[in-house]
Design a protein around this ligand. Structure first.
Ligand SMILES: [Zn+2]
Length: 249
């Protein structure tokens, strides 16, 4: 297809975010399997009787038809339908806060117009499980963060010391440049042996999050690691920390 040509395409996507563009239109940012991150203009979607009202809410998994043109930054949405509205995530403050971090991760690591099927599948699996999750949400957040970082090529090293490759025994630590470190190597933060075991347990179960507890400090560690690796401040992490302080206070 030549540059500048308009093609009608069909795909599925997750809505990562949306911003109002005019009184009646919104621009949504999506993650798709084949086009990676993609911005789409949804004309007329804010009209009360629009058939697309509510379809483009953040978190929604949608089927969509759009027109693609290589030369433009924002594509044009033709129609969209909800495949999964993730009511279990949206209706729970903890789940939606940790879920927002997963979407923010996607916004940072997925590139425009670059096939991202592996990452997309991991994100769908994480959202599907989070929607039904009945265990500790922080543990799930830590597990899903590890999954998405792995899919994006940013997994921390956890099996042996990321500095000297020795086995992890007493006094483990975490280096935000690389991952776990042994007691002899320098760390940004020392962690307990119990925390190391939790991290390993989460990494050892790639298909489903294990039902363990005490994930808050592990999520905090991985969120700081992600912030450092990706050189990106995550707004959702501030929200999660605020919620934790409120629940403790
Ligand atoms: Zn070491």
């Amino acid at each position: 297809m030549g540059a500048g040509q308009v093609e009608r395409e069909h795909t599925e996507a997750i809505v990562l975010k949306g911003v109002d563009f005019s009184e009646t239109s919104r621009i949504v940012t999506l993650i798709t399997p084949d086009r990676g991150k993609m911005a789409c203009m949804a004309k007329g979607v804010k009209r009360p009787k629009s058939p697309m009202a509510g379809v483009l809410d953040t978190f929604n998994r949608i089927d969509l038809v759009y027109t693609w043109k290589d030369t433009r930054q924002v594509q044009t949405l033709i129609e969209a339908n909800v495949a999964n509205g993730y009511a279990g995530i949206k209706g729970d403050l903890d789940k939606s806060s940790y879920g927002a971090f997963l979407l923010e991760l996607a916004l940072v690591v997925v590139h425009d117009n670059e096939p991202s099927e592996d990452f997309y599948i991991e994100l769908i699996q994480a959202l599907n499980q989070l929607d039904d999750w009945t265990g500790e949400v922080a543990v799930f957040g830590a597990w899903a963060t590890l999954r998405l970082l792995s899919a994006a090529g940013f997994a921390p090293m956890l099996s042996t010391c990321s500095t000297c490759d020795k086995a992890i025994e007493a006094n483990p630590g975490f280096a935000f440049e690389s991952g776990i470190v042994c007691g002899a190597c320098s760390a940004d933060q020392r962690i307990t042996v119990g925390e190391y075991k939790t991290l390993k347990a989460l990494a050892d179960y790639p298909a489903r999050c294990p039902r363990i507890r005490n994930g808050r400090s592990i999520f905090g560690l991985l969120a700081t690691y992600a912030t450092s690796q990706l050189e990106s401040p995550f707004r959702s992490v501030r929200v999660i920390r605020q919620l934790e302080r409120e629940s403790l206070g």
